[in-house]
Design a protein around this ligand. Sequence first.
Ligand SMILES: O=C(O)CCC(=O)C(=O)O
Length: 298
Amino acid sequence: MYTKQALRELGISGSLSEADRRSLDEDGFFIAEGVLTDDQCAAMAAAFDKLAAVEGDQGGHEVHIEPNAQRVSNIFSKTDAFDACLAIAPMLLASHYLLGEFKLHGSNLREPQPDGGQQDLHADVPKKFDDDWWVCNGIIAFDDITLDNGPPRVVPGSHKWQPMNVAYVNIHDWEPTPLTPEEAARVPADLSAPYPGEVIATAPKGSLIVINSSLWHGGTTNRSGARRRVLHLTYTRRDLPQQFVYRSAVTADLYTRMSPAQRFLMDIEELPKGATAMTQSAGRNSGSEWWSPPARAD
Ligand SMILES: O=C(O)CCC(=O)C(=O)O
C-alpha cells in the first residue's frame, strides 16, 4: 500500500483546489467549511462530552494534559464516533501535498475552558531546511469557533521562518542552529502577547482549519465561556514518529472496523510481534516531558 493508493481506496483522487494550495503555500493555513454536517457535529460534540466526563482532568494523559483546556487523546481506540474525520478530502489532500507519504500522527480532542485555553505562540515541529514540513494539523470544529470562545491565532507566512518555541517532545533529532539577527528579532519578548499581523481564525461548526504545523500559532482564551469543541487531527511523514502510536494501543474493534487503506494511514497494518489486535500498553512514543528534557538522574 502507498499513500496515493490509500486515498484512492477512500474515494479521494485529484488534488487540493488551487486556492487552498496557494493559501497553504503562502499563508501556511486554509479554512474549508462544510466538511461535516450539523448532525455529524452534534453527534461528535456529544461523544466529546461523554469521553470528557470519563477522563476529566486526566484527559489527554496518553499525550499531554493541558491545564484549563479539556483534552482527550487516543480517541479512535475509545469510540467509533469520530471515524468520519478520517476521510475528509481536503485534510488528506493537504497532508499528501505537504508531506508526500504520510500516516496519522495524533488525534486530540480539545476545548478551552471558560477563561482558559491561552497558549504561548509556538510552532508544533522543527524543520531542518526551508519547506522541510513534518506535520499537517487539521482543526475540525464541532461548535462554531468565534472571536470570543477561544479561537486559534495564526501568524500568516511564519511557516517560512525559523522554528519557534517547539515542545521538547516534538524535537526528535533536530539540532537548533544559532538565530540570525533577523530571526532573533522576530521572536516576541512575551510569547502570550498578540503578535503583529496575527490572524484570529474563526469558522462555523463543520469546518476544517488546516495548518502547516511549522506555522507560528496558538490557542487563545475562551472569554465568553461558549462551547468550543474541536478535534486536532494531525498527520506526519511516514519516516517520522507518531505522536500517539496506535499500533501499540489498537483494540480488536478498531482493527476490524478500519479498512486496509485506513489501517495503512493509521500505521496499524503490522502489529508488534506476538501482539493480537487487542489493547496493548499506552501508545505514547516517549516518556519525556512536554516542554523540556526529562530531569537527569545524577
Ligand atoms: O485548539 C486550538 O485553538 C489551538 C491549539 C494548539 O495550537 C495546540 O494545542 O498546539
